[in-house]
Design a protein around this ligand. Structure first.
Ligand SMILES: *Cc1c(COP(=O)(O)O)cnc(C)c1O
Length: 345
């Protein structure tokens, strides 16, 4: 009764290797739900890629990756005094600071200083950098960081990085010329490397690395039960009635896995909706499209997903899927927590 992420190991690893080869200074990002794969598994892959460092989102994620990755772990979430407890300094964990008081609180630590960017999430203003010269002497500086908006929304990010490079304090050795960047494409990085030959770029990549080849990892659910319902029969928590005969298909995967109701919005979805209305009658109105595919098409939830299972509605006489068979599920891996990850090869 599980939701499974099936990974085509050889194909996935070939993709990871090609991203690594095209991205010198790659720092794999392993955070949150581990992009659906789990943090431990990704940390082991980062080790195989010989990455110089691995980046996690927050301090409590270090423990999961540490047994699998030998080199430096960067915590990207900035240390915020007054919000976070002050950590112990560590020789193999690099912290991020994004405020002057954060920088002061981490005297003696290995530290990356995040600079403000067009993201406006976290970051020290360049003016504050001038005021931070003495405080920079108190930390083991590992470089500066810029977190940039996503392609294709980013505008002029290459020049934005160049401006930040222009503000870097001088005479700080190699670490003072090291920039940790997020969300720059390979072309932009090449341009920057040519422009700033004395700067070492560390490129933090998550989604493009782990999920860049969608066919390499697919989520599948199991059909757990199939019930024939006659027009007018009631079903489910909400005891709704079906307006025609059809199949109620109970499948694995629910809210605890991140299976959610999705508003039908895209054009393809509108077409599906129209088709479903045509096939299922007006009952399709008011239902939500599910991410589960039967016979190639996404199907309607019979009612909102339950905690570990979901109920789909298959109107008409179409053959239902067999109990025990598996269905493809179109879910965003970053919001899905499968029960099981199976890597082939
Ligand atoms: C999450 C995160 C990344 C990685 O983002 P992807 O879109 O998954 O590549 C990079 N940098 C920072 C600061 C992040 O928080």
């Amino acid at each position: 009764m599980t939701l499974t992420l099936y990974v085509d190991g050889p194909r996935w690893r070939a993709h990871l290797a090609s991203v690594a080869a095209g991205t010198p200074g790659l720092v794999p990002v392993v955070k949150g739900n581990g992009y659906g794969f789990g943090r431990a598994l990704l940390a082991a892959e980062a080790e195989r890629l010989d990455a110089p460092a691995l980046a996690v989102g927050q301090p409590d994620e270090v423990a999961d990756v540490r047994p699998h990755f030998r080199r430096d772990v960067l915590v990207m979430g900035p240390h915020l005094p007054g919000v976070d407890a002050t950590p112990e300094p560590s020789d193999d964990v690099v912290r991020t600071v994004a405020t002057l008081d954060g920088l002061r609180a981490l005297a003696g630590h290995r530290v990356v200083v995040e600079l403000t960017s067009s993201m406006h999430r976290f970051g020290l203003a360049t003016a504050e950098l001038d005021a931070a010269v003495d405080d920079l002497d108190q930390v083991r500086l590992e470089g500066f960081a810029l977190h940039l908006p996503l392609e294709p929304f980013a505008r002029g990010v290459v020049d934005e990085v160049s401006r930040a490079v222009g503000y870097l304090p001088t005479a700080r050795g190699a670490a003072g010329r090291r920039m940790w960047v997020s969300h720059l494409g390979p072309g932009d990085i090449d341009t920057l490397r040519q422009r700033h030959v004395d700067v070492t770029f560390r490129v933090r990549v998550g989604t493009r690395l782990w999920l860049g080849d969608p066919a390499a990892a697919v989520v599948r659910a199991t059909v757990l039960a199939v019930h024939r319902l006659r027009r007018g029969e009631r079903y489910g928590y909400y005891q709704r009635r079906v307006s025609r005969d059809g199949w109620l298909v109970v499948v694995s995967g629910g809210t605890s896995h991140g299976i959610a109701m999705q508003a039908p919005g895209a054009a393809a979805t509108a077409r599906q909706r129209a088709r479903s209305v045509a096939e299922g009658g007006l009952e399709a109105i008011g239902r939500a499209l599910s991410p589960y595919r039967i016979g190639g098409a996404r199907r309607w939830f019979a009612e909102p997903p339950h905690m570990q299972v979901s109920m789909l509605w298959l109107p008409g006489v179409e053959d239902p899927p067999a109990v025990g068979s598996e269905l493809d599920v179109d879910v965003r891996a970053t919001t899905t927590t499968p029960d099981r990850v199976q890597v082939s090869g």
